[in-house]
Design a protein around this ligand. Structure first.
Ligand code: SAH
Ligand code: SF4
Ligand code: F3S
Length: 441
C-alpha cells in the first residue's frame, strides 16, 4: 500500500461548508488521505470557500496568495479550491490563481479521488457539475470538531428561493432533501458515540421534503430526530420566514429537547425592501409569525440576519429595520453591509446606489442597537434557572465550565465536579452582552 498522504482542510463560510468538509474528509480517508490539523505537514491543502459577500472571497484570495509562496518551498504540495467560489468562478480560478491544482464544486466531491489522481500526475483538474439529486446521504462524515458534544447533520442541499441579492442558488444549485432514514440513523450513531446536540442544516430547512416519502415534511423529520433520545438536543438552521408553519412551531413547542431558539433572518424591516429582495413576505407577515412563536413558546430565543444598504434603501426603510429589531427584541443577530454579487437579479437589474459611507453608518446603527437588545435580553435572564449542556472549559478560566442553554446562549459557571457532556441546572447571577454567568443549583 502506498504511504498515506496528509490532507489539511481549511473551511470558510457557513455551517453547511463545515459539514461538507467532513464529507470531503470521509471521501479522502477512503482513498488513503489522512486528515491532519497541522497545515505544515500537509501534502494536500483544500480550501473550502464562500462567495456570499465580496469580502468572503477576498479573504480566500489572500490565503491563496500565501499558499502560492508556500508551494515554492514545497513543490509537491497540491492545492484544491472547493465549495462556492469554485462553483462561481470555475476555470477562471485556475487562470487567476497559479497555485491552484484542483477546482471542485459542492456537488462533485465524490469525484475527488479521480481529480486528485489527475493532479498528482501534474495536470490541473476541475469538476464543477451541479447535481439535482446529490445529497451524500450514504457518506458518514469524519468529525473534525474538537468538542465531541455537538455535531451538524446536513438534511438538504441547494436553494431555489432566488432572493435577489443572493449568490447561493448559483453556487449550490437546486434544492433537494436527503433520505430521512439516513438522517435519523446518523443522529442515532452520533448519540451512541456520546454526542448530545445536533444541528440539522439546510439553506431553508422548513421546505424539507423528501421525494421518496409523501406527506413527510420538516416537522415530521424534526419530531423523528427528537425521538432518538430525550438527552439529544436538536437544533436547526436556517428557517425562511415565508415557510415557518404553525405545524413546525407546535412541533418545536411539543418536545423539550428541541431547542427553543429560532434563527429567522428578516433581512430588512421594510416591506418595500423585502419585495425588492424577493423575500416573499411583508413586515406584517413576519411580525405575525413572531407573535405566533411567542404565543406558543414565550421563552423562545429569536435571532436574525440583517442586510444594511440594499439597492434604493431610503432612510425610512432603514428606520423600519431599526424598529422591527426593537419590536421583535432579537436575542442575537448577524449583520452585514449589502455586497453586490455577480449574476444575481440585483446585480443585473438594480443599481448598487447606497454609498459605502451610508452603508457603514446604517450598519453601525444596527450593530449598536443589537448590542443593547442582546444585553437587555441577557439581563432579563438574571435570576432564571436554565439547563446547560456543558461543552468545555471557559476560555477565560480553567475553573469555569462553558456551555449553552436551550436558547443557544453561552453560560459559564464554576466547574465543581461537572464535566463535558453533562446537563447542569444553572442559576444566572450576572451577564455581559455576550455571556450569561451563573452557578449550579
Ligand atoms: N438561507 C439563509 C441565509 C444564507 S446566507 C436565509 O435565507 O436566511 C446568510 C446571510 O448572508 C443572509 O441571511 C443574508 O443576511 C446575508 N447575505 C446574503 N447575500 C448577501 C449579500 N449579497 N450582501 C450582504 N449580505 C448577504
Ligand atoms: Fe440565499 Fe435566499 Fe436561498 Fe437564503 S433563501 S440561501 S438568502 S437565496
Ligand atoms: Fe457561503 Fe456558500 Fe455557505 S456562499 S454562506 S459557503 S452556501
Amino acid at each position: 500500500m502506498n504511504k498515506q498522504k496528509k490532507l489539511y482542510i481549511e473551511t470558510y463560510g457557513c455551517q453547511m461548508n463545515f459539514s461538507d468538509s467532513e464529507i470531503v474528509g470521509s471521501i479522502m480517508k477512503e482513498n488513503n488521505y489522512q486528515s491532519t490539523k497541522n497545515s505544515e505537514e500537509a501534502d494536500v491543502i483544500f480550501i473550502n470557500t464562500c462567495s456570499i459577500r465580496d469580502n468572503a472571497e477576498q479573504r480566500v484570495r489572500k490565503r491563496l496568495g500565501e499558499l502560492n509562496a508556500l508551494k515554492k518551498q514545497k513543490p509537491h504540495l497540491k492545492i484544491g479550491v472547493l465549495g462556492c467560489m469554485a462553483e462561481r468562478l470555475k476555470e477562471k480560478l485556475l487562470e487567476e490563481e497559479k497555485s491552484v491544482d484542483i477546482i471542485v464544486g459542492p456537488d462533485a466531491y465524490r469525484d475527488l479521488p479521480q481529480l486528485m489522481a489527475e493532479a498528482e500526475s501534474g495536470q490541473k483538474a476541475i469538476n464543477v457539475i451541479l447535481s439535482a439529486d446529490e445529497t451524500y446521504a450514504d457518506i458518514t462524515p469524519v468529525k473534525i470538531d474538537e468538542n465531541k458534544i455537538s455535531a451538524f447533520i446536513s438534511i438538504m442541499r441547494g436553494c431555489q428561493n432566488f432572493c435577489s441579492y443572493c449568490v447561493v442558488p448559483f453556487t449550490r444549485g437546486k434544492e433537494r432533501s436527503r433520505d430521512p432514514e439516513t438522517i435519523i440513523q446518523e443522529a442515532k450513531d452520533l448519540f451512541e458515540k456520546g454526542y448530545r446536540e445536533i444541528t440539522l442544516l439546510g439553506q431553508n430547512v422548513n421546505s424539507y421534503s423528501f421525494e421518496g416519502r409523501e406527506n413527510y415534511h420538516f416537522p415530521n423529520l424534526l419530531a423523528d430526530v427528537a425521538a432518538v433520545n430525550p438527552l439529544l438536543r436538536v437544533r436547526f438552521a436556517t428557517s425562511h420566514p415565508k415557510d415557518i408553519s404553525d405545524d413546525l412551531i407546535k412541533t418545536i413547542a411539543a418536545y423539550p429537547n428541541i431547542c427553543k431558539a429560532i434563527h429567522l433572518p428578516v433581512q430588512s424591516g421594510s416591506t418595500n425592501m423585502l419585495t425588492k429582495m424577493n423575500r416573499k413576505y411583508t413586515r406584517e407577515w413576519y411580525l405575525e409569525r413572531i407573535s405566533t412563536i411567542k404565543k406558543h413558546m414565550p421563552e423562545c430565543a429569536i435571532s436574525t440576519d440583517i442586510i444594511a444598504g440594499f439597492c434604493d434603501e431610503t432612510e425610512d426603510d432603514h428606520a423600519d429595520t431599526l424598529s422591527i429589531m426593537q419590536e421583535v427584541g432579537y436575542d442575537y443577530a448577524f449583520m452585514f453591509k449589502y455586497s453586490e454579487r455577480p449574476d444575481t437579479v440585483a446585480a443585473k437589474k438594480f443599481e448598487d446606489n447606497i454609498s459605502e459611507e451610508i452603508k457603514s453608518k446604517r450598519l453601525t446603527e444596527i450593530i449598536n442597537l443589537q448590542r443593547q437588545l442582546s444585553h437587555h435580553s441577557n439581563k432579563a435572564d438574571i435570576g432564571k434557572v436554565f439547563e446547560v449542556l456543558v461543552e468545555g472549559t471557559s476560555k477565560k478560566s480553567k475553573e469555569q465550565l462553558s456551555g449553552r442553554n436551550s436558547q443557544n446562549k453561552v453560560v459559564v459557571f464554576p466547574k465543581e465536579n461537572y464535566k463535558v457532556g453533562d446537563y447542569v441546572q444553572v442559576k444566572i447571577t450576572d451577564c455581559t452582552t455576550a455571556t450569561l454567568v451563573g452557578e449550579a443549583v
